[in-house]
Design a protein around this ligand. Structure first.
Ligand SMILES: [Zn+2]
Length: 304
């Protein structure tokens, strides 16, 4: 049994063949060209589709899993794009499943990142140009009726905060996404020590102890902790896995984040929450996409 896993990001598409034992073949990543549908078709032709038993797709959102349609914010050419049907046309006669990229990241971490089966309620968070996420309950992704469960980036953490492009105010994403952190730091006097003032440069300055850069990470960590504890109180989470480009800062983000979670946690059960960094990096999304079309019985979770 081999499935085709596809990860639709805002700037890159990735695909691979994945088997129930977690082996991954022909992993390929391509930049999205001017015609994203053509990029998708050539990627699928290159990686598959010989003898696959299913196709799992994780896509940047918003997604509509019922209709199989996606409208990735960074791919304007795709609005209500029939992604599942398009892939079904490229790989006929097998089931095609679609979920959000954050949900696939969470499911991939649960399956291959050493978190299942001990973790019964896991939240995956992707901190990148936006903030996304997904919840895995008892080994199954909780997608919600439209497929948008896990949108933790749009939990309000500051009612008096900045307007968010989504239409709400003070969303987590307005504080903790890479561009939001950089914007705040620049407005508060940060000048990148070297190169372009992006999240990577901010992380390196924070690691060197530059106060305004450290404060930007502290502020993001405090906001992330608020959103994480909101989710933890709802779902009795036992584990949070943080991925995405900004998590590449490692302990520069994770240390203040763990401290903020411990400090803000109220009820006793919230104190058992553990916060770790992704074990799988960018492969988490591909593993999760694959898991959508691999029956649970044939894919026992990898041990720690
Ligand atoms: Zn928002």
């Amino acid at each position: 049994m081999t499935v085709l896993a596809i990860d639709i990001g805002g700037t890159k598409f990735a695909a691979a063949l994945v088997r129930p034992d977690g082996s991954m073949d022909r992993r390929t990543e391509v930049p999205v060209g001017p015609d994203p549908t053509a990029t998708l078709a050539s990627l699928v032709r290159e990686v598959g589709p010989a003898e696959v038993t299913g196709v799992g797709i994780g896509s940047a959102g918003p997604v509509d899993v019922t209709a199989g349609r996606v409208s990735p914010v960074n791919i304007p050419a795709w609005r209500d794009f029939p992604l599942a049907d398009t892939v079904g046309g490229l790989v006929p006669a097998v089931p095609v499943a679609l979920a959000g990229d954050g949900q696939c990241m969470a499911l991939g971490e649960w399956w291959r990142g050493g978190h299942g089966p001990a973790s019964r309620a896991l939240l995956g968070i992707v901190v990148s140009t936006g903030v996304g996420g997904g919840v895995v309950l008892d080994g199954e992704p909780y997608l919600g009726p439209t497929g948008n469960a896990g949108h933790i980036g749009h939990i309000t953490v500051d009612r008096d905060g900045e307007p968010c492009p989504c239409g709400a105010t003070g969303c987590l994403e307005t504080i903790a996404s890479g561009p939001s952190m950089v914007r705040w730091a620049l407005a508060n006097g940060w000048r990148a020590a070297a190169g372009h003032p992006d999240a990577r440069a901010l992380a390196s300055d924070a690691a060197r102890g530059i106060p305004v850069a450290r404060l930007a990470f502290q502020r993001a960590a405090d906001a992330l902790a608020t959103a994480i504890l909101t989710a933890a109180a709802l779902f009795d989470l036992d584990e949070v896995v943080v991925g995405g480009g900004v998590s590449g800062a490692g302990d520069t983000l994770l240390t203040p984040l763990r401290q903020a979670v411990a400090k803000q946690a109220g009820l006793g059960f919230l104190h058992r929450l553990t916060v770790t960094r992704t074990a799988l990096e960018r492969d988490a999304g591909l593993y999760g996409a694959a898991a959508l079309v691999l029956p649970r019985e044939v894919r026992p979770p990898a041990g720690r």
